[in-house]
Design a protein around this ligand. Structure first.
Ligand SMILES: NC(=O)c1ccc[n+]([C@@H]2O[C@H](COP(=O)([O-])OP(=O)(O)OC[C@H]3O[C@@H](n4cnc5c(N)ncnc54)[C@H](O)[C@@H]3O)[C@@H](O)[C@H]2O)c1
Ligand SMILES: [Zn+2]
Length: 367
């Protein structure tokens, strides 16, 4: 059954449609938005090969003339060189402000395509067709677009909301195990900071989720989309509320940066970051040990790491100090006093943080 979630942002409101096979309805749905007849499909070679046909056929059947921009896989898509090539190809294809950029792929394709759509002629229609768990529950919703600077990820970007997001849970069955599990870290994050009932549902059905049972996947993905949508509509430009989505990401990003993005998948780093935030909340007297262990147990049940081994703690601490979210020299931590609640804490003592990193390196998993 197809579910429709509205992101309410006044005249920029849009729908997230979640359902098996929904990718093959993109043409008619785009038509219904009343956009011009030219569309640009941005994707990478692997995703195009696996899932491109349903999309191109649907767009052509609905009368769109189609230009394809094929970008490198993964983070390499998010460069000024690839964006430049995108602008060049749009210009060559006669794309104008009534045209639509359609992103088919993971978060990297979505971020690059969104950035091109935001900047070309000061903004084109943009549609997201996310194909990884991370992109479906997180990156495709909310309008953050970006490319990387050689010295910092996501440094150059713009807010540009999509006109439509189509989430097809069927396509995630082709993800590698590692990519699949990594995306589930964001699902767990949503439950912890925003919705206890959702967290409990994921706890109860962790096995089915890992086994990629389609009805479970669809329900859990739709639930996560709903949580992200409700946060975005209350705090589009990330003043405070949207910051809750950084749960687990302060330590997570630092782990990724201090290992040159080569060792951890994003969700693996976030998973360890969640364990760190959970333990920090306990250390500061904000959360019970049970709250900590519930988070770690669920992450582990989903095949995600919650311990640190062979990591240079000094490098991780230094990377936390360089966090992009630092304000006036202090890095705010998102902490969860209990499942379903969050709090921003600005004055985390450095010793508490050091203690937590040491604990994660040495602790046996309690059960
Ligand atoms: N804009 C936002 O709000 C936001 C939020 C979170 C993350 N991001 C960004 O998202 C990016 C990470 O995205 P990601 O985790 O989706 O990874 P990704 O986009 O880098 O894709 C990873 C790999 O998965 C492959 N792939 C994609 N879909 C597939 C499928 N269905 N089957 C098989 N293979 C498939 C791709 O070809 C690629 O090789 C980062 O650049 C991050 O900065 C953006
Ligand atoms: Zn993340």
């Amino acid at each position: 059954m197809t579910q429709e979630i509205t992101v309410r942002l006044g005249h920029r409101s849009y729908s997230i449609v979640v359902g098996g096979g929904v990718l093959s309805t993109v043409g008619e749905r785009l038509r219904a938005l009343g956009v011009g007849s030219r569309a640009v499909l941005v994707s990478d070679g692997s995703v195009l090969h696996l899932h491109g046909d349903a999309v191109t056929q649907s767009l052509r059947a609905a009368g769109f003339s189609l230009t394809q921009v094929v970008v490198p896989e993964g983070e390499r898509a998010k460069s000024i060189t690839v964006a430049q090539r995108g602008w060049d190809e749009l210009l060559a294809a006669g794309i104008d402000r009534t045209s639509t950029v359609v992103a088919l792929g993971g978060g990297a394709v979505g971020d690059l395509a969104g950035f091109v759509a935001a900047t070309y002629m000061r903004g084109l229609n943009f549609v997201q067709l996310p194909t990884t768990i991370l992109a479906q529950v997180d990156a495709s919703i909310g309008g953050k677009t970006a490319i990387d600077h050689p010295r910092a990820k996501n440094l150059i970007g713009a807010f540009h909301q999509p006109r439509l997001v189509l989430v097809d849970p069927d396509v995630v069955v082709t993800l590698s195990d590692r990519e699949f599990r990594s995306g589930l870290a964001e699902v767990v994050k949503h439950g912890i900071v925003a919705d206890e009932a959702y967290f409990v549902d994921v706890e109860r059905h962790a096995g089915a989720l890992l086994a990629r049972d389609l009805p479970t996947l669809e329900r859990v993905i739709a639930g996560s989309c709903r949580i992200k949508a409700s946060i975005v509509e209350r705090d589009e430009q990330e003043t405070e509320l949207r910051a809750m989505l950084n749960y687990g990401h302060t330590v997570g990003h630092a782990l990724e940066a201090s290992t040159a993005y080569g060792r951890f998948a994003h969700g693996e780093a976030v998973s360890i970051g969640i364990a760190a935030a959970a333990r920090l909340a306990h250390r500061l007297g904000l959360a019970s040990l049970d709250t900590v262990l519930r988070q770690e147990r669920l992450l582990e049940a989903l095949g995600l790491p919650v311990r640190l081994a062979d990591v240079d703690q000094a490098a991780v601490l230094a990377a936390i100090g360089r966090d992009k979210k630092a304000r006036d020299g202090t890095v705010p931590f998102v902490l969860a006093p209990r499942i379903g609640e969050f709090r921003l804490v600005f004055d985390v003592p450095p010793d508490a943080l050091r203690g937590v990193l040491a604990e994660l390196t040495h602790a046996e998993i309690a059960s």
